[in-house]
Design a protein around this ligand. Structure first.
Ligand code: ATP
Ligand code: MG
Length: 239
């Protein structure tokens, strides 16, 4: 990591009841990086994102965002500091229109004053959403709903976005489009944490990556180093 760290996680433990979901997790994300987190089902990837975002409370550890320890903060304060997340399963409001969903995303103090401008930006990035601004979100296709989830996140003007399985359940052409959007947002200056079942693609996209196994970071390196790593190839790339 060459850039200044925007996020530093240290000594992070998360428990669900008596069961440890994250143990002693440490990672760094540099400003402007794309960092991938890979791991098997149940490894703790979503738990890590949810803990960073304040949805789960860690038992121990520090989560430094631009040097400030946000561990244990409520999610809305984390979002208001500039950390966005696009959750697994997208979690849009099905009964609201496209535009109403975006307005919910623009409700944070952070994005409130600039809501109209941010909405225009989202519509420029996703013309399909502009065409369908009055449509109920629940009637949109899976790909459109993923675009909406990303758009809603952008309404909060995040500096860092954590994506949890953004390609899940999407057709290959749409998957390419979603990854293209993630790359474009990164080029525009947004730092990215990417959790993705599609390990080959995510390691190609990522500058660096971490491997999570049973709640612990067991390996890290550049995307290319992990693509070439024998253990990673066997466990996650089926080679
Ligand atoms: N709310 C919860 N209550 C209790 N246990 C949970 C909860 N959420 C997750 N777990 C458990 O924590 C562990 C890590 O789950 P998590 O969802 O973080 O894994 P993951 O790496 O995202 O998996 P997947 O690839 O299937 O999405 C699993 O054993 C899971 O059963
Ligand atoms: Mg998950």
């Amino acid at each position: 990591m060459s850039a200044a760290p925007i996020l530093e996680v240290r000594d992070l433990d998360l428990f669900y009841g008596d069961a440890a979901a994250l143990e002693d997790v440490a990672l760094d994300v540099g400003a402007g990086e794309i960092v991938a987190i890979i791991g098997a089902n149940g490894a703790g990837k979503s738990s890590l994102i949810r803990t960073i975002h304040g949805i789960e409370k860690p038992r121990r550890g520090r989560i430094l965002f631009k040097g400030q320890d946000i561990a244990g903060w409520p999610s809305h304060r984390v979002a208001d500091l500039g950390i966005g997340q696009v959750a697994e399963g997208r979690q849009i409001f099905a009964g609201l229109t496209v535009e109403e969903n975006l307005d919910v995303g623009g409700f944070l103090p952070r994005g409130r004053a600039t809501r109209a401008r941010n909405r225009d930006r989202v519509y420029a990035l996703f013309p399909r959403l502009a065409e369908r601004r009055g449509q109920h979100a629940g009637t949109m296709s899976g790909g459109e709903q993923q675009m909406l989830a990303i758009g809603r996140c952008l309404m909060g003007e995040p500096e860092l976005i954590m994506f949890d399985e953004p390609s899940l359940g999407l057709a290959p052409a749409i998957v390419q489009e979603v990854f293209g959007i993630i790359e474009q947002l990164n080029r525009d200056g947004i730092t990215v944490i990417l959790v993705e079942q599609n390990v080959a693609v995510s390691l190609k996209l990522a500058g660096r990556a971490y491997v999570l196994e049973n709640g612990r970071i067991v390996l890290s390196g550049t995307g290319q180093e992990l693509l070439d790593h024998e253990g990673v190839r066997q466990a996650y790339l089926g080679m």
